[in-house]
Design a protein around this ligand. Sequence first.
Ligand code: NDP
Length: 484
Amino acid sequence: MKNVQPQGSHFIDGAYVEDTAGREIACIYAATGETVATLHAATPAVVEQALASALRAQKEWAALAPVARGRVLSRVAALLRERNEELSELESIDTGKPIQETLVADATSGAEALEYYGGLTATLTGETVPLGGDFVYTIREPLGVCLGIGAWNYPTQIACWKAAPALACGNAMVFKPSEVTPLCALKLAEIFIEAGAPAGLFNVVNGYGDAAASMVSDPRVAKVSLTGSVPTGRKVYAAAAEGMRHVTMELGGKSPLIIFEDADIENAVSAAINGNFYSTGQICSNGTRVFVHEAIVDEFTERLLERTRTAVIGDPLNPDTQIGPMITETQRRKVLEYIEIGKTEGAELLLGGTAPEGGGFYIEPTIFGNVTDEMRIAREEIFGPVLSILTFGSEEEVVARANDTEFGLAAGLFTKDFTRAHRVVAQLQAGTCWINEYNLTPVEAPFGGVKMSGVGRENARAAIEHYSQVKSVYVAMGDVAAAF
Ligand code: NDP
């Protein structure tokens, strides 16, 4: 295995920083279980250094001309693209995701975000509001120091999706990766410096939840953007509310994928595969409740099983591998427990369900048939390669059942009837919907959840609203009227 030990556990003020007094973080390669790097969680001194330098850098950054800021973001994007291969390999080692995925979905997705916001930076202006003589103008201002907290499934993408709009608006960011994937964001921080960003503009602080929690409560932090689970979201949102901080919450889901009787079956099967097994099922927006019309459920299931049986499970660094391991042994155990729960609840195990022999945290792609709405595997987020097939009879019925969940991150449907497609989408309680596709999340489109799946939006112009604030300036052109 290539040496991936970083020069320090944190990247602050333009350089690697180490404090061995912090609790050890073992970085484990999920395909073998071997420790590939050892880091130390941030101590209060490290957190202090990160926040102080971000505060300094933010002022310097916000004072630059917007086009100069945009240029730096564009340079970061170019470097990400130039080094895609090397960064994808690191991403695969950090997460266990297959290299054929990381080459197209991680540094490249991050680069897209930086390209998009790099171009947008110089267009972020206020407006003039005429009042018939007097007028108001608005100034779009940065919030200050933003804290990004990441989940482990997309360490590079999450860091870029948060940093790019934050920095475009003139903020600085301190990013806390998940402790199980601490490596990728450090590389990104190096690249920011190489691209000409001021030292301290994008700092990375590695550590456990407590390190992030201490920053959420720090008065120097103006905004918190979390990608994580609903329970963590609840805690972080509550802590942020104490200080009246801005928040973006990108949380979990249990999204429906609805296959109507007139759907193109091959495309629907492709979407079900992508929406359940890509990244070994560790994707927040996955369509894990696959509702299939009763008239086509046999045909759909047969093709889904046939095609899923051909999935190549193996070493993430082998370009032929399509399914890598779960991120950790703990996550694998959690998913295996859900598989047992599914069997006990009476769902029919059609494929997979076991952990292959040998090292690494692997689980076979798993498909359950005859799943019903009240089963826990149909209600709770599993975050693993477990697909549930549920059948339905009518459009009205499936819409009600699709919405009968506390989550509302995403939803998809397959039909050739375009009036039905738009009618159903209009009724689905989800932040992102797909018609005849699933799980594509271009940076040009807003992404985020409703209900318990979150607050705020990432990507597109929508994210600008969540990383800036508007100041209104009233300008009087005449005398001041007073009562006395
Ligand atoms: P967690 O909620 O466990 O952790 C998310 C992050 O929050 C981690 O960096 C974690 O640190 C940190 N954290 C934990 N406790 C606190 C706290 N009290 N205060 C501040 N920060 C804290 O999520 P996972 O990493 O397990 O990721 C999986 C979850 O993320 C799933 O629910 C998934 O749906 C969701 N997700 C949502 C996405 C979206 O865009 N909507 C995209 C991807 C994932 P540490 O890990 O060190 O404990």
